[in-house]
Design a binder for this molecule. Structure first.
Ligand SMILES: N[C@@H](CCC(=O)N[C@@H](CS)C(=O)NCC(=O)O)C(=O)O
Length: 212
């Protein structure tokens, strides 16, 4: 996938992000694979920067990632940002049903995967478990395992999530699955997920989450 295939009508892209956030990594990975240059602006989540008026003025939804296009319009929500840049490239299926199946996995990731796999990782590895939320941590962990089980079942007979080729669905799900172990998830019983992650990692232009 090269820049010529990503026919995006913008001159400049500024990505407000956090380097360890999987949601931000999705955007960074996609832009890199599309060959689109972008500027990175690190937002200090631990310091509460997303709650400050200056950030809220830029990003009313109050979270990273946010991209600012041509120094003006801001766009939030990792999967929406990916759709914006991915449109018209091989990373978004041209077949209508497959495109809807890709969306199915993007919505599923946000509702049934990220709130568990990503939040457990964030609490365990980066922020600490909020006081009184120990039981909630375990509940989220259980639901995270269920999400990983769902992925495993889907991938047992498939190479990628949709249409047997790499798409935005794979980027969205890879982002937090490949660092799930940082939250204490054990993927050893998820061989199909492990094999799929191997396939994602060898896609042209792949970068790791901690690439600076
Ligand atoms: N649904 C959003 C979630 C974004 C999100 O949760 N961002 C986190 C970092 S991963 C954040 O900005 N947290 C700081 C805060 O909520 O104040 C997306 O996919 O972009």
């Amino acid at each position: 996938v090269g820049a010529s295939e990503a026919d995006v009508p913008v001159q400049s892209i500024r990505l407000h992000e956090s380097w360890y956030s999987g949601n931000c990594y999705k955007v960074r990975l996609l832009l890199t694979q599309l060959g689109l240059p972008f500027e990175r602006v690190e937002v200090d989540l631990k310091d509460g920067e997303t709650r400050r008026p200056a950030f809220r003025a830029l990003a009313p939804l109050g979270r990273v990632p946010v991209v600012v296009l041509d120094g003006g319009t801001a766009l939030a929500e990792s999967n929406a940002i990916m759709c914006y840049f991915g449109e018209g490239t091989p990373l978004v299926p041209s077949d209508r049903l497959e495109r809807a199946q890709m969306m199915q996995w993007l919505f599923w990731e946000q509702y049934s995967h990220e709130p568990y796999v990503a939040v457990v990782r964030a609490w365990v590895r980066y922020f600490g478990v909020p006081p009184g939320k120990e039981a909630e941590l375990e509940e989220r962990r259980e639901r995270g395992v269920r999400a990983l089980d769902t992925m495993e079942q889907h991938l047992v007979r498939r190479s990628f999530f949709v249409g047997e080729r790499y798409s935005l669905a794979d980027i969205a799900l890879y982002a937090y699955t490949h660092v799930a172990h940082e939250g204490g998830f054990d993927l050893s019983g998820h061989a199909a997920v492990e094999r799929w992650m191997g396939r994602v990692r060898v896609q042209p232009g792949h970068i790791p989450i901690d690439a600076r």
